[in-house]
Structure formats: structure tokens, C-alpha cells
Ligand binder design. Structure first.
Ligand SMILES: *[C@@H]1O[C@H](CO)[C@@H](O)[C@H](O)[C@H]1NC(C)=O
Ligand SMILES: *[C@@H]1O[C@H](CO)[C@@H](O)[C@H](O)[C@H]1NC(C)=O
Ligand SMILES: *[C@@H]1O[C@H](CO)[C@@H](O)[C@H](O)[C@H]1NC(C)=O
Ligand SMILES: *[C@@H]1O[C@H](CO)[C@@H](O)[C@H](O)[C@H]1NC(C)=O
Length: 251
């Protein structure tokens, strides 16, 4: 649905943002909107944003659940023990250091402060590159999981649920961004390497591949979530999500 979303209002906010970053994210966020300023387009966008933000939460829960279920159902006791002893403390560090997730042309910001330094024009590329990558990655992961002997049904159904919700989220973000910025052509099309390790006969490889998948998904979803929250504040404003502190606490 094409929108007549009040461009002048948004461009005004954009210009302000370009003047200075952090301060203005906060200023824009704190502009109170009176109810007659919220037209239908803005309501439609607000609903899309809110739907997307719920999907992020749900995907994040499912992702945690998938990793937990996988660990509970597929780890042999011996490996579990070894893993707990050797890797537990450093798991995150290892994955982060050894893992190249997707090769995006804009580096994934690590926190709210870094996200606020990204110019607002780069938001669509940053967000859509990640959403495309996950839509694609999850589509490719499912047949691999299903084909692999011994994958627990619960892991498969969680992965399917994540894939479905992610596909809806992808549509939501495309609609949000095209309403605000128009069509975005400039997107990275990158694939996640190492998925074939999910079927390795080596338990450590299989484990690492799933941890990597789960870790990379979490990092990207978290960042897109923060970017959309910041954007929501500029476009819709008027919400308690908009204090930087709140976004920081949530992430
Ligand atoms: C998110 O999860 C909640 C609780 O599981 C569920 O009630 C809701 O329908 C889900 N929403 C979406 C958009 O998936
Ligand atoms: C990652 O992307 C850069 C720039 O697009 C490219 O030069 C590099 O070869 C890529 N690396 C991999 C591993 O694909
Ligand atoms: C996103 O994934 C869904 C489900 O896997 C697929 O049907 C759809 O074509 C994908 N969209 C794009 C643009 O690749
Ligand atoms: C399924 O597994 C078999 C045997 O390991 C393999 O030959 C086949 O290519 C796999 N199919 C897919 C879709 O991964």
C-alpha cells in the first residue's frame, strides 16, 4: 500500500538528525505529538513498528529455546561434560572471535551508541541486508536440519517457527522502510558460511555450527531491533521506548 506519509515532517526530523547525532535522537524522541498530528499513515506505521517489535521479542525467545532444546536433546553426556568444563565460560568469546557471520558491507554496530552514529540514510541498507540474509539463511537451514538424522522434532519445529516469524518480520521491515525512505535497491546479498557443518559427523562441529547460527541470529536481530526502535522514535515519537536509557536497558 503506497503511503502519503508526511514526508516534510520526516525530512525535517532527518535534517535535524544530520546536524548532530546523540543529542538529536533524544530531542526528536521527546517531541510530544498532539493527537491531531497523528494521521492514518502514521497510525499504520505505528502498528507495523509495534508488530515488528513483538516479532523480535518472539524470535529472540524462540532462538534461546532452540539452543536450549538442542543442547538438552542432542549432546551426548560425554560431550556435555567436556563442553561444560572446557568451553562454558568462554563460549561467547570463542564464537565471537572465531566466527564470521555474514559479510555485510556496513559493520554491525555493537551497541546503542554505535547504532546512533550510523547515518540515517544507511539504516535501510543496514536493516534490509540483515533481514534478507536471515530470510535466506533460515530457508536453507531447515532442509539441512530435517535431513540430518537425529535432529529432535522440537528443534525442527522451533526452527520452522523462527523461519515463519522472520519471513513476516522481513515483510514488516520492508513495508516500514519503503514507507519512510521509498524503495531501497542497495542491499547486500550475503550467505552464512559453514551451514554444512550442521550435518558433520563430528559432534563438536555440529555443535559449533548451531551455536554460531544462534549467536549470529541473536546479534543481528538485536541490532535491527535497536535500529527500528530508534527509527520508530523519529517517525512515531511519543513513546516510553524512546528514552535512550530504555533502549539501552532492553538491548
Ligand atoms: C508472540 O508471542 C506471544 C506469546 O507466545 C503470542 O501470544 C503472540 O501471538 C506472538 N506474536 C506474534 C506476532 O508472533
Ligand atoms: C567480504 O566483502 C568484501 C567487500 O564486499 C570482499 O572484498 C571480501 O572478499 C568478502 N569476504 C568474504 C569472505 O566473502
Ligand atoms: C523469504 O522467505 C520466505 C520463506 O522462506 C520465502 O517464501 C520468500 O520468498 C523469501 N523472500 C525473499 C524476498 O527472498
Ligand atoms: C540429505 O542427506 C543425504 C545423505 O546424507 C544427502 O545425500 C542429500 O544431499 C541431503 N539432502 C539435502 C537436501 O541436504
Amino acid at each position: 500500500m503506497p503511503l502519503s506519509f508526511s514526508r516534510s515532517c520526516f525530512l525535517g526530523a532527518l535534517l535535524m538528525l544530520l546536524v548532530s547525532n546523540l543529542l538529536l535522537w533524544e530531542n526528536v524522541a521527546s517531541v510530544p505529538l498532539s493527537s491531531d498530528e497523528i494521521d492514518n499513515d502514521q497510525l499504520y506505521l505505528k502498528e507495523l513498528f509495534d508488530h515488528a517489535l513483538i516479532l523480535f521479542q518472539n524470535i529472540s525467545k524462540l532462538n534461546t529455546e532452540m539452543r536450549r532444546t538442542y543442547t538438552d536433546t542432542e549432546f551426548s553426556e560425554k560431550f556435555h561434560h567436556k563442553f561444560m568444563l572446557e568451553f562454558f565460560e568462554d563460549q561467547e568469546f570463542l564464537i565471537k572471535t572465531l566466527t564470521c557471520c555474514h559479510n555485510y558491507s556496513i559493520k554491525t554496530p555493537e551497541n546503542v551508541d554505535e547504532a546512533q552514529k550510523i547515518s540515517v540514510e544507511n539504516f535501510p541498507k543496514l536493516i534490509l541486508s540483515r533481514m534478507w540474509a536471515w530470510n535466506n539463511t533460515l530457508k536453507n537451514v531447515l532442509p539441512i536440519l530435517e535431513n540430518r538424522t537425529g535432529t529432535h522434532n522440537d528443534v525442527i519445529s522451533l526452527a520452522k517457527d523462527i523461519e515463519r516469524k522472520n519471513a513476516v518480520l522481513y515483510e514488516d521491515t520492508k513495508n516500514i522502510l519503503s514507507s519512510i525512505y521509498g524503495k531501497t535497491e542497495n542491499v547486500d546479498y550475503t550467505v552464512l558460511t559453514g551451514l554444512e557443518d550442521l550435518q558433520s559427523s563430528d559432534e563438536e562441529f555440529r555443535h559449533f555450527a548451531l551455536c554460531k547460527l544462534s549467536y549470529c541470529l541473536r546479534v543481528d536481530m538485536n541490532m535491527v531491533d535497536i535500529c527500528l526502535k530508534l527509527l520508530r522514535c523519529v517517525v512515531v515519537g511519543n513513546s516510553d521506548i524512546c528514552s535512550s536509557q530504555r533502549i539501552r536497558d532492553d538491548s
